[in-house]
Each structure stands twice: as structure tokens, then as C-alpha cells.
Design a protein around this ligand. Structure first.
Ligand SMILES: C[S@@+](CC[C@H](N)C(=O)[O-])C[C@H]1O[C@@H](n2cnc3c(N)ncnc32)[C@H](O)[C@@H]1O
Length: 360
């Protein structure tokens, strides 16, 4: 019980981790490199943001013209609805506005819209954002925000950690393009893995699940560093999840043959052996490192989850995963009814694996 409460408290705090400008810029620019017109004439919704100071809002507002956007919508969640109550700070932007309402600010979300040159300076940018309080608290599940979702072409944000599954489902059911941040553990969630397997969701480009700095509300007590007066946490395992096309996922992995791997591999688990290990409980070979995938092997292979960062759907198909929740891989097939399972070699458990097979 105590553990559960602690976990919930941790999740609530993780919900208030804010993404840095350069992390957003690097990722979005990579999609533009692949298709400079990807956002041309489109409406982008940034839900789950505090638009006065969200870097998502800043990036998309500052680059509105260059991206060719039609409309930018950014919404925030009411402070009293948030799980972590202490993080809210009123900004001068709000308190000095004629729209400021001391009651509404606690219980209502806000909406910021950019779709016209309101100050008439001939440019569309951050100075043209207009705002008002939402009718409700800005919960992405509310009817009000669902309507904004339905109007949007793209949903971009770092959603609350504790609601990642629900948030992804909310996007996918509306069939929207998206770019969101989640933890790498989400890969094997039962709501996520089938989408990855079916190439409806893939990983983005610039985060590789190594730790990243996220900004914290000023009054957080647990932080890892302070820089320019701002508090930061070093967060483990963040990744971009998306369904926007990018170039990296169409670059096949350059690999050696099985014979060459066994002879020359830089990995001691492979070099000098006569063959790759075979699982006790799956008809598949164990490939402990992504760069040791044998290029000429046509059967099923178990590979580390980090394979997904290199995954090219024209080169390999994904068949299943061990330790994925609820559904599993058995008898060579992705099976709705098979149990969550571990891969074993000589009775020893092998950490999470994806099962892949070379495409013909
Ligand atoms: C991880 S933070 C990220 C904020 C911002 N997207 C960023 O990256 O800088 C997630 C935000 O979503 C808010 N949030 C939590 N539950 C929500 C809900 N049900 N609907 C909308 N926003 C929510 C949190 O309060 C928090 O401000």
C-alpha cells in the first residue's frame, strides 16, 4: 500500500517534466529535412501544455511561417486538476491581461491560438498568440479538447507520464498524425506494442533513451541541477513516438553475415562461437546486440529492444516481444491469447527481446 502510494506520488511528479527547446527543435527539424512541406497548411494542436512558457508553444509559434502552418492551438490543464498541486505559478502575462480572472485561473484550462497577424506587423509569430480561459479544465479527454483534436492535423506534446497509454489511444482513435514523448518502457505496453508491430507507430529520431534533462516547476524539491535559476531533472529512458515519416527509418542496417559475425564480431558473446544460441522456449536464435544481427539469416531472431531505433520496415518485420503485457509470441505467431513470457537459454532468463524476421 505504501509502495503504491509512493509510486503514484512519483508518477504525479513526473507529470510535470517540461521539455527543453532544443530537444523539440532537433526532432521537428529532422522531419522537415525529410519533407520540408510536412506541416504546410496544417493545424497543429499542443495539448497538455502551459502555453505561457511551454517550449512546444514557443517553437511552433516562432517557426509558424517557416513551417507554413495554418493554425496553432495550445491548451493547458487547470492547476487544481493537476496531480501535482504545487507546480503552478501565475505569470505576468496572465495577471496583467484584461482577461485575468482569479477564480478561473485555478479551475479552468487556457487556450492559445495563432492563426492571424493580430498586431499587423506583417509577420505571424509568438506576438500574435491570442488566449482565453477554456470552458473546462483542459483535460485532453474532455469534449472540448476532443473537438480541438478532431480539428487538428497534428498532435505534438510531452503528455503526462501517468496517462501515456490513454493519450496515445486518444490520438490513434482519431487517426491523427502525432509526435509525442514517452518512456522506452512504453514499447511493450499492450496498448502500444501492437501499433509498433503493425507499423502504425514508430520511434522518432533524436532521442535514444539515454537520460535527458527536463525542466521542473521552480518549487520542486527534488532536482538534479539548477542552471540559470531553473531546476532540472535527469530523466531516464525518454523517446519520441510518432507516425510522421522520416528518413532514418528507411535506411537499412548494414550487417555482416552469420559466418563473419562468428569470426570477426567485436562482441565476446558471438566471436569464436560455432553458432548463435537458440532459445529453450522459442524457435528463434538469440542476437544479444543489434549490430550482430546476421544479414543472411532467414529465421526468427530475438533482438534487444534498442533494435527499434534502427528498425527499417522494408528490411525486417516485427513478430512479437517477450515480456510484453497481456499478449505474446508463440508458435511463431503473434498471439492474442498467449501469455506474457520470458525468453530462456539453458533455463536462464534473457532480458526483454523483440522477435524479428528478415523480409523476403
Ligand atoms: C510531462 S508535462 C509536459 C508539459 C509540456 N508538454 C512540456 O513538455 O513542456 C505534462 C503536462 O500535462 C498536464 N496534464 C496532466 N494530466 C492532464 C490531462 N488529463 N489533460 C491535459 N493535460 C494534463 C500536466 O499537468 C503537465 O503540465
Amino acid at each position: 500500500m505504501v509502495r503504491e502510494t509512493l509510486c503514484k506520488a512519483k508518477e504525479a511528479k513526473n507529470d510535470e517534466f517540461y521539455t527543453q527547446y532544443h530537444d523539440i527543435e532537433r526532432e521537428v527539424e529532422a522531419y522537415l529535412e525529410y519533407d520540408p512541406n510536412v506541416f504546410q497548411g496544417k493545424t497543429v494542436l499542443l495539448p497538455c501544455d502551459d502555453p505561457e512558457w511551454s517550449n512546444f508553444t514557443r517553437y511552433f509559434a516562432q517557426n509558424f511561417e517557416r513551417l507554413g502552418l495554418k493554425k496553432l492551438i495550445s491548451t493547458s490543464y487547470a492547476p487544481e486538476s493537476k496531480k501535482y498541486k504545487g507546480g503552478y505559478q501565475l505569470t505576468l502575462f496572465e495577471t496583467e491581461s484584461p482577461l485575468y480572472d482569479a477564480d478561473k485561473t485555478k479551475t479552468h484550462g487556457k487556450i492559445f491560438i495563432l492563426d492571424e497577424d493580430i498586431n499587423g506587423d506583417g509577420r505571424f509569430n509568438i506576438n500574435d498568440l491570442k488566449w482565453q480561459y477554456l470552458e473546462g479544465d483542459g483535460d485532453f479527454r474532455s469534449r472540448e479538447i476532443r473537438k480541438l483534436r478532431d480539428e487538428a492535423d497534428f498532435i505534438v506534446t510531452n503528455p503526462p507520464f501517468s496517462l501515456f497509454r490513454e493519450f496515445l489511444k486518444w490520438i490513434v482513435e482519431a487517426n491523427k498524425k502525432f509526435l509525442i514523448i514517452g518512456n522506452q518502457n512504453a514499447i511493450t505496453y499492450k496498448e502500444v506494442f501492437p501499433l509498433i508491430k503493425d507499423n502504425r507507430v514508430w520511434l522518432g529520431i533524436t532521442m535514444d533513451s539515454s537520460n535527458r534533462w527536463f525542466q521542473l516547476p521552480d518549487n520542486y524539491e527534488n532536482y538534479h541541477k539548477i542552471e540559470n535559476g531553473k531546476k532540472f531533472a535527469f530523466v531516464a529512458g525518454p523517446l519520441w513516438y510518432t507516425n510522421i515519416e522520416h528518413g532514418r527509418r528507411h535506411q537499412p542496417l548494414q550487417l555482416m553475415t552469420m559466418a563473419d559475425n562468428l569470426k570477426y564480431s567485436k562482441h565476446k558473446e558471438i566471436k569464436g562461437k560455432t553458432s548463435y544460441d537458440h532459445y529453450d522456449n522459442y524457435d528463434a536464435i538469440e542476437v544479444p546486440k543489434v549490430d550482430a544481427i546476421p544479414s543472411d539469416y532467414g529465421g526468427v531472431m530475438g533482438v534487444p529492444i534498442s533494435f527499434l531505433r534502427k528498425y527499417c520496415p522494408e528490411q525486417y518485420e516485427i513478430l512479437g516481444a517477450t515480456e510484453s503485457e497481456g499478449k505474446g509470441f508463440s508458435n511463431g505467431l503473434w498471439n492474442e491469447r498467449s501469455q506474457t513470457s520470458q525468453a530462456l537459454i539453458n533455463g536462464v532468463r534473457i532480458y526483454k527481446r523483440l522477435f524479428i524476421r528478415k523480409k523476403q
